[in-house]
Design a binder for this molecule. Structure first.
Ligand SMILES: [Zn+2]
Length: 85
């Protein structure tokens, strides 16, 4: 299941975020919403909906990252194109 960068909306496999695709520092930045390895330090013109959704749901769910990924999957299913807009 994917989670999304809270800044640019780039999809990341949750397992990869937690286990090996990011350094500890990158993962810490990612969850704080400071950006992922793709966008950190780069300008982001428009924060996509899925980035905001990830930030809001992460605030609500806290450490339940599997729950976060599941909620995001539901939101993508329900919203379709809008989710990616
Ligand atoms: Zn990013």
């Amino acid at each position: 299941m994917d989670v999304y960068c809270k800044r640019c909306g780039e999809p990341w496999e949750l397992d990869g975020v937690e286990h090996g695709d990011m350094t500890d520092e990158e993962r810490s930045r990612f969850w704080k919403g400071e950006g992922c390895p793709s966008c950190y330090g780069e300008p982001v013109e428009k924060r996509p909906f899925r980035a905001e959704a990830t930030a809001v749901l992460h605030d609500l769910l806290g450490d339940d990252l599997d729950g976060l990924a599941a909620e995001l999957e539901d939101a993508e299913f329900l919203l379709g194109e809008e989710f990616w807009g």
